[in-house]
Design a protein around this ligand. Structure first.
Ligand code: NAG
Ligand code: NAG
Ligand code: NAG
Ligand code: NAG
Ligand code: NAG
Length: 428
């Protein structure tokens, strides 16, 4: 009613003033013209977008500002004050197949090895949560590279959550003044994205492996995830591992058992010669055994710390070939320094962040899980691998099992543990 009255009044005014009517018409034509141009624009633009989505990987302009805004808005210090954490720095979501959202992979890496993520996404059809560590005075260049690389490969990710962890030094020197930077836009050609090594030695903040593991665990989505496999970025899953694990966990067995058992997946090292000869990597346990008999493969850490994997009992595992299904083979009683890779419930004890690049970083968590009441069980038929036999000379001192700092820290850890689990009959 009111509107009509307004219109009426308007018409009256127009009648009285023909000049205004003319102006009104011109105005109307202008608006319609503007609308048409807009529609044409929209159609064109979306077609361009559509074609770009279709092409292998498009060139695009990367605007880094949103990434740094995310950092500023969500950053927080860890409890030591030496690291800054940005949970959910970048996220990719797509629909998963049935039950694929039950298991998640947790990974951690530095910027140099980020590209290995693709080897995981090829075989892991469930959610992945990754902690990325950057340090040094050129940290913002590393962050730019990571954002570009992730965006360029985004179609290979099903559900991926990337968390950024940076040394406080790096933030101070390289990020906190980023707002004044003028080069916020890059023209990117995905084809040419490569990592440029500008590691500098001025930032000696150590690689916080356990903190990174916890951040990846904490940032695991979706909430349907019940079981987590935590790996280092250079340890890879057998091709069929994910689907075997899904069927293992969805069989009709009681979840009570699943809730307090850590299922060990035997891990191996494949000789670099095999890789250099471009011989195919093993696709299953049978092929793996052939390579093993040929001395092209050995149990993980066989040369650097055989006791670290001893309880997995590789020989017994090798001989067990009777079953096609995934079944538990044996349940070793934990004793340190066993540090198997395992898949277990997401509420298993977290990692003690006092351990950084230390030999006892994972040992401490395996040990605490045992004291907290979790049992270990070794699965048949599935396995993990890394490329290259580990050699003592490749490892930093702190990662050797007899390193004084690592041993001292572990002694302290065990003392704290006995105070925290007063009622536990288990010791390690
Ligand atoms: C994902 O699943 C939702 C609901 O199940 C559906 O509405 C949506 O279209 C799906 N998206 C894709 C890309 O398949
Ligand atoms: C990772 O993927 C790349 C590219 O496909 C391949 O060259 C490399 O050998 C893979 N590494 C492993 C450990 O599978
Ligand atoms: C990067 O440079 C550092 C220091 O010069 C060096 O230690 C490291 O091995 C290099 N990394 C690669 C992947 O070349
Ligand atoms: C196992 O753990 C899940 C989640 O942690 C919980 O929802 C479920 O009730 C537990 N099942 C048993 C039998 O304890
Ligand atoms: C240990 O057991 C005692 C008595 O059984 C109980 O009062 C106490 O709360 C328990 N402590 C812990 C840490 O569970």
């Amino acid at each position: 009613m009111r509107l009509r009255r307004y219109l009426l009044r308007y018409r009256l005014i127009i009648h009285r003033r023909p000049k205004l009517q003319k102006l009104f018409r011109i105005f109307l034509i202008l608006i319609v013209g503007f609308l048409i141009i807009n529609i044409v624009n929209g159609v064109l633009f979306s077609t361009i977008l559509f074609f770009q989505e279709d092409i292998h990987e498009p060139d695009y302009d990367l605007d880094t500002r949103p990434y740094y805004r995310t950092i500023e808005m969500t950053k927080r210090f860890d409890s030591s004050g030496n690291y800054l954490l940005v949970q959910n720095f970048v996220q990719y979501q797509s629909n998963l197949t049935k039950n694929a959202d039950l298991l998640a992979l947790n990974l951690h890496t530095n910027i140099e090895n980020l590209h290995l993520l693709l080897n995981h996404t090829k075989v892991w059809d469930g959610p992945i949560s990754l902690s990325l560590y950057v340090k040094g005075t050129r940290a913002s260049d590393d962050i730019d590279y990571a954002s570009i690389w992730l965006r360029c490969n985004r179609r290979l990710f099903k559900v991926l959550n990337v968390h950024l962890v940076m040394s406080a030094k790096a933030y101070e020197h390289s990020i906190s003044n980023q707002r004044n930077s003028h080069s916020v836009k890059y023209a990117v050609s995905c084809h040419y994205v490569t990592y440029i090594n500008h590691t500098d030695e001025t930032d000696s903040t150590p690689y916080p492996s356990n903190l990174l593991r916890n951040i990846a665990r904490l940032g695991t989505t979706p909430s349907t995830v019940q079981y987590i496999l935590a790996l280092d970025i250079d340890i890879f899953s057998a091709p069929d591992l994910f689907h075997h694990l899904v069927s293992f966990y969805t069989q009709s067995k009681s979840t009570e058992e699943f809730n307090r058992t850590l299922y060990v997946i035997p891990s191996f090292e494949i000789h670099t010669d095999t890789v250099k000869r471009s011989a195919p990597l093993p696709q299953n346990k049978r092929e793996l055994t052939l390579l093993w008999n040929d001395n092209q493969l050995q149990p993980f850490q066989a040369d650097v710390c055989p006791t670290c994997q001893f309880l997995t009992n590789y020989q017994a595992w090798k001989q067990e070939t009777s079953n096609d299904k995934i079944v538990p083979l044996f349940r070793p009683h934990y004793s340190q320094p066993w540090q198997p890779y395992y898949i277990g419930p997401k509420d298993a004890p977290i990692y003690d962040p006092r351990f950084k690049a230390h030999a006892h970083a994972r040992i401490s968590q395996c040990c605490e899980s045992y004291v907290a009441g979790y049992d270990y069980s070794v699965l048949n038929n599935i396995y993990l691998y890394r490329l290259g036999f580990l050699d003592k000379s490749q490892l930093p001192n702190t990662e050797l099992i007899d390193d004084d700092t690592s041993v001292l820290l572990f002694d302290q850890f065990r003392e704290d543990l006995s105070k925290r689990y007063l009622n536990s009959t288990r010791k390690c």
